[in-house]
Design a protein around this ligand. Structure first.
Ligand SMILES: Cc1ncc(COP(=O)(O)O)c(C=O)c1O
Length: 385
């Protein structure tokens, strides 16, 4: 299938395309001119004025509003953190596993940070259970549902898998967990900004991610979306003054967390990254996640068809709702293939034996042809069926 030039929305905002075929948004989004300018503005203002707290806090609130728009939710359900890990740690710190249910149900598809954080809670009495996906990387929601019992404290599941691009059926998982009164945490890092996500519709209690991939921004800004119907039940002990009900009160003699999602924040935000996030999210919202997905899903299919013509194998499930933008192609030596493609100016990344090719709205069908041409040239590094 040859996709016409439907891709390439706002491509001229991304100078990298003058030199390279950039297809690595699952790792880091391409740098937009306005994101570069935002970093520069931060430095200019820092030099001229020193700390501009009011401006900085204003930008943080802007970013909160923008994230709420991306996920079709309200700003008071958005906490801004310094990473997805910081968000998950704050959430994990709410549980008293010695008094309540002990079991954390998670999956074999998680990013390592999720496993690390929950296993660190074993010292506080948690029992961590990893539910395995099938060899084709699919994880039926019923398998998770069957593992939930009266001793389950939380279900912690990724939306999109960073290694193979498989996407889980979150709605079904949330329903199964909520039927038994168990809260759900979604790691949506790999799908945020790539695939339309409506936080209200998903119904999860928590959703975490960060802005550096398909959200076009920078390391240093993560988020926790927290459902305001359940937020009062969760009080983090990993905290700081930005989580206080009144950050200006400067009180030292009590812990009085914000009533809303902000209670999952901690200390001084990563201000330069907020400037970048504001610019990146503005561009993403102008394009629209629906439009981004319309482009990348077509390019994903073009790529999948091309890999199959080369006799290659895709690790990413192919059904509707079973994948996001990224396609993981199985390699005999993923590092060698990533490096060989870099020689052809095609920027991709590798994980777990797969080369990850991840289009976004700024890519077009020529980019996919370039990636396929490079794979064809390096066919010896493709695993074949
Ligand atoms: C699915 C997923 N979760 C979590 C992370 C890590 O996020 P952070 O470094 O912000 O904690 C990543 C980073 O690549 C990821 O892909």
């Amino acid at each position: 299938m040859k996709v016409n030039q439907i891709g390439a929305l706002r491509r001229d905002h991304f100078p990298v395309f003058e030199r390279k075929t950039y297809l690595n948004s699952c790792s880091q989004g391409a740098l937009a001119s306005e994101v570069r300018a935002a970093y520069e503005l931060y430095l200019d203002q820092l030099e001229e004025f020193g700390s501009l707290w009011e401006t900085w806090v204003g930008i943080q609130e802007d970013v909160r509003d923008q994230l709420a728009q991306v996920f079709t939710t309200q700003p008071d359900q958005v906490a801004i953190t310094t990473s997805a890990s910081a968000a998950v740690n704050a959430i994990a710190s709410c549980f008293d596993f010695r008094k309540g249910p002990r079991k954390v149900l998670t999956t074999s598809l998680e990013f390592p940070t999720i496993g690390h954080i929950w296993h660190a809670q074993e010292r506080n009495g948690a029992e961590v259970v990893h539910i395995a996906a099938d060899p084709d990387n699919r994880l039926p929601a019923e398998r998770i549902a069957a593992a939930i019992d009266g001793n389950t404290a939380i279900v912690s599941v990724t939306h999109g898998c960073y290694r193979n691009g498989a996407v889980n059926d979150i709605k079904a998982i949330v329903k199964a967990a909520h039927d038994q009164g168990v809260p759900v945490l979604i790691d949506a890092y790999q799908t945020s900004g790539a695939v339309p996500i409506d936080f209200e519709e998903l119904g999860a209690d928590f959703m975490v991610g960060g802005v550096l991939k398909y959200m076009l921004s920078s390391p240093g800004v993560g988020f926790a979306l927290v459902n305001n119907q359940t937020v009062s039940e969760f009080v983090p002990t990993t905290t700081g003054w930005f989580a206080a009900r009144d950050i200006h009160s400067m009180e030292i003699d009590k812990f009085d967390p914000a009533k809303d999602a902000r209670r999952f924040e901690a200390g001084t935000p990563t201000v330069p990254s907020l400037y970048a996030a504001q610019a990146g999210l503005k561009l993403l919202l102008e394009v629209g996640v629906e439009n981004a997905w319309a482009v990348s899903s077509q390019l994903h299919e073009q790529l999948r068809a091309g890999v199959s013509e080369l006799g290659g194998i895709c690790a990413t499930p192919d059904g509707p709702g079973e994948h996001g933008a990224m396609l993981a192609v199985v390699s005999t030596d993923e590092r060698a293939l990533v490096n060989a493609m870099a020689q052809d100016d095609v920027v991709v990344s590798g994980r777990d034996g797969n080369v990850r090719v991840s289009p976004h709205f700024y890519n077009n069908s020529d980019d996919i042809e370039a990636a396929l041409a490079s794979m064809s040239k390096n066919r010896i590094l493709l695993a074949t069926s």
